[in-house]
Design a protein around this ligand. Sequence first.
Ligand code: GLC
Length: 433
Amino acid sequence: MDDLIKARTERTQWFLDSRFGMFIHWGLYAIPARGEWVRNNERIPVEAYQPYFDEFEPSRYDPKQWARLAKEAGMRYAVLTAKHHDGFCLFDSALTDYKATNTKAGRDLVREFLDAFRAEGIKVGLYYSLLDWHHPDYPHMTDQNHPMRGNSAYPDEGRDFNRYLEYMHGQVRELLTQYGKLDILWLDFSYGKMAGETWQATKLMEMIRSLQPWIIVNNRLEVGGESYGSILTDHPSFYAGDFASPEQMVPPKGMVDLKGNPVPWESCITLNDHWGYCAADKHYKTAKMVIRNLIECVSKNGNLLLNVGPDAKGEIPPESVEILREVGRWMRKNSDSVYGCGAAQLDKPDWGRFTQKGRKLYAHVMDENVCAYLLDLKPDQVEKVRLLSDGAEMKLEQPWNTVSIQDKSFFTFWGKSFPLPDPTDTVVEITLK
Ligand code: GLC
């Protein structure tokens, strides 16, 4: 069992150092533009969804632009939906006709994504849906998530789930053999009895590990985004995955297993309120929220996988582009406090958060104080203090009104505690002795 954790630790090293990734949800659902669950939410039968396949022509798909944007934002890896729950394949699968190369797009959208992101030095991952609402052998009427659930016109007699499994395993094999070295396989998701060995998870995982031993896999052969599975116990299953994938939330204290071993994890979060493109959804987070969200993850030893949902033409919405550029402006000056960093030796301070990498302790000051900022360190533990963004020297001080607080340090920004040099997150780099 410890071997499993050892292998996991080695495999996930680059991933945990990277901290920040781009999630991309893209498919036919960009045309109805009401999110990637549109078929489910509106109970759209497969025939009524067909016009989107016939029409799909993403004439402005230019993954090089996506890759440049990811790079500019400081993202170090990216994960694209090769197939989402609607079953439409962005890649040229030999096992189905329901694929991008058979649409007006006429291109293998996955291959172009991989080429473009690799060229920018960004690690690449593919999302693959375990569910499939297009495949005739996936349960319809009796499945709680299927668009045709409860619909007696779509009974499940005669559907052969084993045939579906063969198809699903076959497609995973295609992705792992036809597209070069992949860094992440992001499977989605398990629910009810559609979990674990129902997917023939041991067999699937054996194949994954044998084809690409270094690929890292999430925990969703066991669970969905609301729980974590055996990766958090002291007996992770063979298919427990390499990292946990909390969805739209950040775990309160990060994640450790029952023995206290740190468990790699990644929060996946949308920029607005949908994964797939939703034309009416303008409820975007601000760049400030995104940056603080990222720092919260890092301060708890986790990653942030931040989503964009390109539109039917293939473009990332301008709101998302703007936010990511702003995040990038902050990252350009402050990313030393992100990459390779994790939880600090000090507890969360009143005024923000800490991240740490070896002797470098990063104080992320987010709330203005009326007086000097308290550091729970003795002055003789500190070698030097710098503002991270410009390298300017800062000094520890002991203002007159703090003399009765013993054995602690304080800092201000050259005599002033506010306004903060950067209201989003001012990073103070503290080099420890
Ligand atoms: C889900 C959803 C989905 C989304 C994913 C991202 O479980 O089904 O549409 O792709 O989570 O985490």
